[in-house]
Design a protein around this ligand. Structure first.
Ligand code: PLP
Length: 409
């Protein structure tokens, strides 16, 4: 037994934070628990049959390619499919050196940290923001400037205000602004067009990079699509991440990054020492599904099912929460994505409340987990894609009872 192994871990290893959500997901796998916690797709919708067909095709037609190591940059045929798709869907025109296939978005967030962040550097993030992004940047020693959100997404006007208070050297240490513009995780809100433009202006003025993370962009159920920041900004100002986790399946671990050639090249070099390449096998399956249009058809189906679930969740919230008659209890009405965000009266604490929720066999994610400064004690994230309609009704009914038990008399 090597007893002193604990002394050998690097400072970095000691600083890496355990993800409360990953830990929570281990806790709530019991079937009797109704979970609004994970940011996970409805497993009954996974296109297993289509994957089976695509797998047969690639194994029959090109086993020597899909079972071999591949280029770190990603399979060129997949890249060409994605380039066409970006042009068709978002009017974004890029060449093959401006795109990198990644082992889903979490890897891209980590690689962005790896190539940009030195210990003590700063990242501007939403308050709240995606926990996995915060964790990845923190593990490279990032410090954060938090910008509150409202129903139109990040309050970009407050970025200006914060920057005004900083010295030039402090602004230099800001490596990027991390923003999830469409149906943000966790808050479900969307950055308005006006704010996207303003954000670009601020980034230009202070020479800052924008990291745009768009996992939910294609899951829109309501209102019109707003152009990606990548399209609105001059070339080089924005790095955009996309993942197939939410629109295909997370088990494939597939995503990609769009950025200027110099950033993509640095990411490629960093990825070489991370995993050599994203599995050519899964890339081959995705490529097959994109070529025949099967994935786009699948996404249409997802959108129609999730649209209904979102609607149902909002109705059920009205049904059970309004009778509580708590003026400070409110929730967001997302135009897409997988989550909504609930704010409770300021004296309530969703972390302290959690054991009571578990007793009633329901789970959510406490809001403070998404705040780098541990604020947001009276907030929680609720997912509506994973539970069935019946569980949504029953789970929200139980949640209303838990909240009722917290009311100060
Ligand atoms: C905003 C955001 N970025 C990135 C990810 C990472 O997803 P994946 O690694 O599955 O692509 C998630 C997952 O929930 C997310 O919500």
């Amino acid at each position: 037994m090597y007893n002193s192994i604990g002394d050998k871990f690097s400072k970095r290893a000691n600083e890496i934070r355990r993800s409360p959500i990953r830990e929570l997901l281990k806790l709530i796998t019991k079937p009797e628990i109704i979970s609004f916690a994970g940011g996970i797709p409805d497993p009954t919708l996974f296109p297993a049959y289509l994957i089976e067909e695509a797998t047969k095709t690639i194994l029959r037609e090109e086993p020597e390619k899909v079972l071999q190591y591949g280029p770190t940059e990603g399979d060129i045929r997949l890249k060409m499919e994605l380039i066409k798709r970006q042009q068709r869907r978002n009017n974004i025109k890029i060449n093959e050196d401006e795109i990198l296939i990644t082992t889903a978005s979490q890897q891209a967030l980590d690689l962005m940290g790896k190539i940009f962040i030195d210990s003590g550097d700063t990242v501007i993030v939403g308050l709240p923001s995606y926990l996995g992004g915060l964790g990845a940047f923190h593990s490279y020693g990032a410090e954060f400037i938090g910008i509150p959100l409202d129903e139109d997404g990040m309050r970009v006007d407050l970025i200006e205000e914060k920057l005004k208070k900083l010295k030039k050297e402090q602004i230099k240490k800001i490596k990027f602004i991390y923003v999830i513009p469409d149906f943000q995780n966790p808050a479900g809100v969307t950055l308005s067009l006006e704010r996207r433009k303003k954000l670009i202006k601020i980034a230009k003025k202070h020479d800052l990079l924008i990291l745009e993370d768009t996992p939910y962009r294609e899951l829109r159920y309501w209102n019109k699509s707003i152009p990606p920041i990548f399209l609105l900004a001059p070339r080089g100002r924005v790095v955009t991440l996309f993942t197939f986790s939410k629109v295909f399946c997370p088990g494939m671990r597939l995503g990609y990054v769009l950025g200027s050639e110099n950033v993509i090249d640095r990411l490629v070099v960093a990825k070489q020492s991370t995993d050599l390449c994203t599995p050519p096998f899964t890339q081959g399956i995705l490529c097959e599904m994109l070529k025949g249009g099967a994935l786009d058809e699948h996404i249409k189906k997802l959108v129609s099912v999730y649209r209904e679930k979102r609607e149902y969740m909002l109705n059920v919230l009205n049904k059970y929460m309004l009778p509580l008659n708590l003026p400070d209890l409110n929730w967001t009405r997302p135009d897409g994505g997988l989550f909504l965000w609930m704010t409770l009266p300021a004296y309530m604490d969703t972390e302290l409340m959690f054991p009571r929720a578990l007793e009633k066999k329901i789970a959510y994610v406490k809001g403070c987990a998404f705040h780098y400064d541990n604020s947001g004690k009276n907030t929680m994230r609720l997912n509506f894609s994973y539970p069935t309609m019946d569980s949504i009704d029953e789970g929200i009914r139980r949640l209303s009872q838990v909240i009722a038990g917290e009311i100060r008399k």
